[in-house]
Design a protein around this ligand. Structure first.
Ligand SMILES: Cc1cc2nc3c(=O)[nH]c(=O)nc-3n(C[C@H](O)[C@H](O)[C@H](O)COP(=O)(O)OP(=O)(O)OC[C@H]3O[C@@H](n4cnc5c(N)ncnc54)[C@H](O)[C@@H]3O)c2cc1C
Length: 352
């Protein structure tokens, strides 16, 4: 018997893959999967390699992005294949339905609160579970991680507003504001505008949002884990996955694609008794390591470094490389840009 804690997209996807060969019960503390929404829902073209996209959860497709420097100059990159913007509630419910179709027993209103103990939040009754395998897919504040004494994670705080404003369907990205900031079009008159930062996120957001004058129709906030390549994700029969394992890109806060890829690795590991840590690192670890190193370098950037970097990228040949690659495959992109512009190596000295 496999028990999964957490019915987010990564828990449900892991459950549905494992249920093809195993008996799986998933415990979710909420009564309804998919809300409240705490996500921008932007996915690179790599999502097409993982699932078949459904019209039901696609809010929008975007074909270009502007990346801004502190001096207000920007480069505009046109994607060869569009990025997909999803409705997170419907996206999560798609994975929930897949899990149910594959025979997963989902038990709602049930929280994992002590070692091998589940509490029903409605009846307040507790029960003991005794699974052969326990999987923590319970998000950035994972109880499984804490209760089973995995190492502590660091986090960013994300704040986002849904703003009614006419726009040109281009993603704006500010890698120098907070840890990063964004404006992502949900439609031609709605933007998802947000900031992620280690501290003072609210203050940074209040200043940043002045650039997008419009009516705020909804506020959202959430925790974004910081990936650390040293982080252990398995202890005997207890596994962590998704945000609980900080499987996330440190440059953008994108955790959906890495988590979904890790779900495939965890399923293979359990079904074939192979090492989970090496399998998920083979699938997605190199990409997350690269984003970790890039962010580490960027954390040392001055405003002048940012201005110089954006200025260096302002060449058609480099913009074409960025537009034809996927941020979920950064190593390939880095090699191609370095071949076209070896001067970019100069920024790497910030790593040391
Ligand atoms: C502001 C913001 C913007 C973001 N934008 C993007 C983006 O554009 N693209 C992208 O790819 N990623 C984005 N992310 C990250 C993305 O939301 C996460 O990586 C993703 O949700 C991880 O999925 P998960 O299933 O691991 O965790 P979650 O989605 O957090 O799901 C965890 C589930 O576990 C349940 N749970 C928690 N504790 C318990 C417990 N003790 N017992 C039972 N159940 C429990 C929760 O209720 C929840 O349903 C963003 C995050 C934030 C905060």
């Amino acid at each position: 018997m496999i028990n999964i804690i957490g019915g987010g997209p990564i828990g449900c996807q892991t459950a549905s893959l494992l249920a093809k060969k195993n008996e799986v019960t998933l415990y979710e503390q909420k009564s309804k999967i998919g809300s409240p929404i705490q996500c921008t829902g932007i996915l690179s073209q790599t999502i097409n390699e993982i699932i078949k996209l459904k019209k039901d959860f696609i809010a929008n497709k975007v074909y270009s992005t502007r990346i801004f420097a502190p001096n207000k100059k920007f480069i505009q990159i046109h994607f060869k294949k569009p990025n997909i913007i999803v409705w997170r509630n419907k996206f999560d419910q798609y994975f929930e339905e897949k899990a149910l179709d594959n025979g997963v027993d989902i038990i709602y209103n049930s929280t994992y609160f002590e070692k091998n103990k589940i509490k029903n939040l409605k009846t307040k009754r507790t029960k003991t579970i005794n699974p052969n395998i326990l999987i923590g897919a319970d998000g950035p504040l994972s109880k499984v991680r804490k209760i089973h004494s995995f190492s502590k994670e660091k986090h960013l705080q994300g704040v986002q507003a849904l703003i009614k404003i006419k726009n040109d369907n281009v993603v704006d990205f500010y890698p120098h504001i907070g840890t990063y900031a964004w404006a992502v079009p949900e439609s031609n008159n709605l933007l998802r505008v947000g900031v992620a930062a280690k501290k003072d996120t609210g203050l940074i957001f209040r200043d940043f949002v002045k650039r997008y004058k419009g009516k705020v129709v909804e506020w959202q906030s959430g925790i974004i884990p910081i990936h650390n390549p040293q982080f252990k994700t398995q202890k005997k029969n207890v596994f962590l996955i998704g945000d609980a394992a900080a499987q996330i890109k440190n440059t953008t806060g994108g955790g959906l694609i890495p988590g979904l890829l890790a779900a495939k690795a965890l399923t293979k590991s359990i079904n074939n008794k192979e090492n989970y840590d090496s399998l998920w690192r083979k699938e997605v670890g190199k990409s997350l390591w690269t984003h970790y190193q890039i962010r580490k370098m960027m954390n040392k950037f001055t405003n002048k470094d940012w201005d110089d970097l954006i200025n260096t990228f302002n060449k058609e040949s480099l913009k074409e490389v960025l537009g034809s690659g996927s941020r979920d495959k950064p190593i390939e992109m880095i090699f191609k840009t370095l071949i076209k512009e070896p001067k970019l190596m100069l920024f790497a000295k910030k790593l040391f």
